[in-house]
Design a protein around this ligand. Structure first.
Ligand SMILES: Cc1cc2nc3c(=O)[nH]c(=O)nc-3n(C[C@H](O)[C@H](O)[C@H](O)COP(=O)(O)OP(=O)(O)OC[C@H]3O[C@@H](n4cnc5c(N)ncnc54)[C@H](O)[C@@H]3O)c2cc1C
Ligand code: SF4
Length: 461
């Protein structure tokens, strides 16, 4: 296995978002889309990829999504439990379990109470971890070694069975003989300076590309595999956040990074609601004002809770195009339907906050009050037609740029995971998902990869 980034061990972690982003994320975590909005979209660059820094949420692809994929993308056999054994195998292996009640902490508990007050379903989030202490530091790396990220669960087993992992080796392109892929070529990257050094060439009978939905099409395109399904169907779950200000301290940093979620509006409205924490150096960019006003709000952090929402993004599409080495251009055009979903998601989060006695909500929406203290803001959010540039959006849920499906004129890989237009090459990452899954991406990608791995084993062993 090749990984462009370095190994990130518990002893390397620092509670400092700037350090984490600059050392372990592509383009220092500052990658944004172009198109009709500049939307930050971070991608990790280290052994274990995003699983090292994410909140470890594990959610299966819901049945309503699989039914659509069957009809629209020819993915037959995935519905009615067809993928269950793959998800079950991954969940058992990755140690997926619900957040323990004593790890929830006040921010997550408030979210649960708010959902219950509104009569909305609320569930403890299932995550791949063992021994979480609820320190809320998932984003800068679990200091307790509790998160069962791929570097801790998966790669050790690969090495035990004789596999070799080359860290800090970047693949530049695949070795092509006609349409046959024979391995890959790349170079060593210095883990701290990022400087290029030795060339690397690895020959293989079968190659799995799992560089994430942005870099996989980049690698395929620069290898000359440029079919219509390679890079043209980029999807996101656009995400937003609302913070609520309370009279009593909330201590939002205490408790699991993401402890509870509400799935009631996933199918009907394309909206998922979650409780969330990340270091102030990441979240405080949402605060309004400068100087003393900004300082005053920062001083009130103890009294705030932060809850986020992401929306289906099913009407919006983008693309990935290879440009400079490892610097693909990422375009995204958000549709008004998804903008409207974001406004509704913010209305729902505001309803939750006012239901449990918040004295105001910080929305960060251009044209609305900095701190909205009147619950009528909920109606304003519902009755206004916003434009996309009024919202601060971000998305770390990216999919679909090498979509799986039965039609080579639209899809990048066939229903077994094999790349159209080339032989002996498969995709195993979030790029496979032909549209937004309405589930956090890690488990959908792992479940499908397990299914593809079976096909590959059957063919090559
Ligand atoms: C802060 C944050 C929180 C998140 N929380 C959750 C969550 O709780 N649950 C969830 O389901 N999802 C979450 N996500 C999203 C999830 O982590 C990603 O969708 C997922 O990791 C993507 O998996 P992947 O295998 O497609 O790509 P990645 O995890 O990005 O792995 C691809 C790897 O390939 C490497 N690579 C790329 N190009 C090359 C090359 N040319 N040569 C060699 N190596 C290369 C990259 O460095 C990277 O390590 C979160 C993401 C972030 C950033
Ligand atoms: S909440 Fe803290 S202890 Fe739990 S998995 Fe995340 S970083 Fe680790």
């Amino acid at each position: 296995m090749l990984e462009a980034g370095p190994v990130a061990r518990v002893r390397d972690f620092k509670k400092d978002a700037g350090y984490t982003l600059s050392r372990y994320f592509w383009h220092g975590g500052m990658r944004t889309t172009t198109g009709n909005l500049f939307m930050p979209t971070m991608q990790a660059r280290n052994v274990g990829g995003g699983s090292v820094w994410n909140s470890a949420i594990c959610l299966r692809i819901p049945e309503f999504t699989l039914e659509r994929w069957e009809q629209e993308h020819g993915l037959t056999g995935f519905t009615k439990g067809g993928l269950d054994r793959h998800f079950e195998a991954v969940e058992a292996f990755m140690g997926v379990r619900p957040v323990e009640p004593d790890c929830q902490g006040p921010r997550n508990e408030l979210f649960r109470q708010a959902c219950e007050k509104m009569g909305w379903g609320v569930l403890p989030i299932e995550r791949n971890e063992a021994g979480c202490l609820g320190s809320g530091e998932c984003f800068t790396g679990c200091p307790n070694g509790a998160k069962l990220s791929v570097d801790r669960r998966g790669l050790p087993e690969v090495i035990e069975r004789g596999g070799v992992v080359y860290a800090s080796v970047q693949c530049d392109k695949l070795i092509m003989q006609g349409r046959e892929v024979r391995g890959c070529e790349g170079h060593v990257v210095h883990p701290k300076t990022g400087k290029k050094s030795h060339k690397v060439r690895i020959e293989a009978r079968c190659t799995l590309v799992a560089a994430g939905t942005i870099h996989t099409p980049d690698i395929l395109q620069r290898s000359g595999i440029r079919g219509p399904g390679i890079g043209n169907n980029l999807r996101f779950h656009p995400g937003t956040m609302v913070m609520g200000l309370f009279d009593d301290p909330v201590f939002p940093w205490a408790g699991a990074t993401q402890g509870y979620h509400c799935l009631d509006f996933l199918e009907s409205d394309g909206i998922k609601l979650e409780s969330l924490w990340a270091t102030p150096s990441l979240m405080a960019f949402r605060f309004p004002g400068f100087g003393k006003n900004f300082q005053k709000l920062l001083g009130e952090y103890t009294y705030m809770a932060s809850w986020d929402a992401w929306v289906s993004g099913e009407d919006s599409v983008g693309s990935v195009k290879a440009t400079g080495l490892g610097r693909p251009s990422v375009r995204y055009q958000i549709h008004q339907n998804d903008v409207d979903r974001v406004a509704e998601a913010m209305a729902k989060l505001s309803e939750l906050f006012f239901a449990v006695g918040a004295k105001g909500v910080l929305l960060g929406v251009h044209g609305l009050p900095d701190l909205a203290t009147d619950a009528r803001i909920i109606d304003t959010l519902r009755n206004t037609r916003f434009s996309v540039d009024q919202f601060p959006l971000a998305s770390n849920h990216a999919f679909g740029a090498t979509p799986m499906g039965a039609d080579p004129s639209r899809h990048g890989v066939d229903p077994t995971g094999a790349v159209y237009g080339a032989d002996h090459v498969y995709v195993c990452d979030t790029g496979l998902l032909p549209n937004t899954p309405s589930a956090n991406p890690m488990m959908p990608a792992m479940g499908l990869s397990h299914y593809i791995a079976e096909n590959v084993l059957g063919r090559y062993t």
